[in-house]
Each structure stands twice: as C-alpha cells, then as structure tokens.
Ligand binder design. Sequence first.
Ligand code: GRF
Length: 210
Amino acid sequence: MTCRVVVLISGRGSNLRAIVEAGLPIEIVAVISNRPEAAGLDYARERGITAIALDHKTIPDRAAFDARLAEEIEHQRADLVVLAGYMRILSPAFIARFEGRLLNIHPSLLPMFPGLDTHERALEEGVKVHGCTVHFVTDKLDHGPIVIQAAVPVRADDTPDTLATRVLAQEHRIYPQAIRWFAEGRLVNNHGRVNLKDDSTSQSVLTIGM
Ligand code: GRF
C-alpha cells in the first residue's frame, strides 16, 4: 500500500520540492500551509497536488487551529505528516495524535541549536561543523528521536547566508531519504532512538556534505 503523505509548510517550500522531485514510493495527498501566500502552495498546485491554505489568523486559538488542521489531515487519510518549514509550534494534543508519524527537518545538528537563527548561532559559537537533522516530533521542541543527520564544514569566511545555502543542499538530500525509509517501514523506534532496519554499518544515517 502506498504511503499517504501530507506536507505542512509555511513558506517557500524548497524541501517540499526536493521531496516531490525525489520520485519516492509515496503519494503526497495534500500540501497544507498556515500562510495562504506561501510560495510552496503555488508549486504544489503546478504539480497537480492538492494545496490547502488554512490561515492561522482566522482561528487565533492554537488548540482550535490545530484541531482543525488535524481534522484535515485525517480527512486525507495520511500515514505520515511531514513538517517542511512549518513555522508554527504545534500543540501537545496535535503531537500526541500524530506521534510516530510526524517528521520534522531542523537546520542544525540537534541537540545543538534548537529554535531559530541556527546559522547565526553556529557562527557565533565558532563551531567547525554544522548541518541539519530529520527527527520525529515530540512535545519537546526540536528534540525528538533522530532519523538522519548531514554535516557540513563551517568555513572561515562563511556568513549566515552562505552557511544556510550549504546546509539547505543537504536538507534536500536527507529529507527525501528519511521519508523513503519511513515509507519502506525501515525506521524502528527503540526507546527514543531510531534504528534503521538492515543497516549494519550505520553509514547511511550520517552524510557529509561540502
Ligand atoms: C528549512 O531550513 C528547514 O530546515 C526549516 O525551515 C526551512 C524551510 O525551507 N525548518 P523551505 O520552505 O523548505 O524552503
């Protein structure tokens, strides 16, 4: 049975694009944005994917908004919910409802730099390695079980923008990979740690970019 995926976005949707173009064994049944003007919605429409704007400003109460969002996702009969630049904190009830089938991508090597402005903070700290992480979402922000990470070197002349560009290229590689593993039923949650079935070397859960 094909894995039915709903992608949640808020903005440009470059990760959405990478996921669509990776040719995964999934069906993207809907793209939902809390911002009606999100460029990613236009991209979804162009590709013939159901694109839904659910403006959070029309439902100011977070729990009520998330309940409405959950209803839409259930209506789409999603097996997996993918957060791809979805810039709203999710309520505990929403996370509990989809736990184990809710993935996020974060632009840092978690648990370093949860939250916003990760590239600025990485440069400020002078770390020599930075990157991105795909993880299952739990009620602790940017802290769920890690599926895959990609590391990039930090260069002496990097700015937040140049570093973000290098990290984003890796995001576009590891998110489709993580979704493929989920769809293939290869991700096993072992007490909060994710094991990849049939990966004796553990090589594939860490990738190094340039
Ligand atoms: C990415 O950097 C992602 O890691 C973060 O938000 C950004 C979304 O970019 N959560 P895009 O909308 O996928 O282009």
